[in-house]
Design a binder for this molecule. Structure first.
Ligand code: 5GP
Length: 197
């Protein structure tokens, strides 16, 4: 990990959202960004393939494993993790630059990444989104139609592991009703932004 972020003068707030895939996190993030258009979304880098409907440079920066590893050697990542067999990471320069400018940032990263971010930014506002149940989670992954049976099983196993860590987060929201979950999320973000000195 680089020193760029460690030396940053932090003026903005970092909002970190994690959830097992299929818990509705993408929708919730989108709603937050619509509600607070000045919050900057941290576009992660990934070595996984682009899914139908995704755009390179908007949903993710899609890069090769080789490029990912090269950037690792160059201390490019503020945090990184291997998730479902693929690599994901966040640019340290992007985080430090944006926070120094006073921008608030929303990150959608997994539990391993959130722990690394908390190490560097103990003030980060961490939020864990829980699916209403394991059955509902499987159904959502299934109905997405983007993943194979084996991938869904892998994601379910990962979900159990991730959910076991939810108490590391400052806030936990159960997404059993989308509008209620959106309201809860907006309330947290609003409170944090208003409370800032
Ligand atoms: P997906 O491939 O379904 O978009 O994301 C899979 C998982 O990777 C999700 O839990 C997502 O939060 C996580 N993820 C996405 N970007 C990053 C990142 O930059 N760092 C880390 N640690 N996890 C990420």
């Amino acid at each position: 990990m680089g020193t760029l972020v460690a030396n940053t003068e932090i003026k903005g707030t970092l909002f970190v959202i994690s959830a097992p895939s299929g818990a509705g996190k993408t929708t919730l993030c989108r709603r937050i960004l619509n509600h607070f258009p000045d919050i900057l979304y941290s576009i992660s880098y990934t070595t996984r393939d682009l899914r139908v409907g995704e755009t390179d440079g908007k949903d993710y920066h899609f890069i090769s494993r080789q490029t990912f590893k090269k950037k690792l050697d160059l201390d490019y990542w503020a945090e990184w993790a291997r998730v479902h067999g693929h690599y994901y990471g966040t640019s340290a320069a992007f985080l430090s630059g944006s926070l120094a400018k006073g921008r608030d940032i929303l990150m959608d990263i997994d539990v391993q990444g959130a722990i690394q971010i908390l190490d560097r930014f103990p003030e980060a506002v961490t939020i864990f989104i829980m699916p209403p149940s394991m059955g509902a989670l499987e159904q959502r992954l299934d109905s997405r139609g983007t993943d194979s049976r084996a991938t869904i099983k892998k994601r379910m196993r990962n979900a159990v592991r991730e959910m076991a860590q939810k108490n590391r987060y400052r806030h936990v929201i159960v997404n059993d009703d989308l509008e209620r979950a959106v309201d809860a999320l907006i309330a947290i973000v609003k409170r944090c932004r208003e409370g800032r000195t």
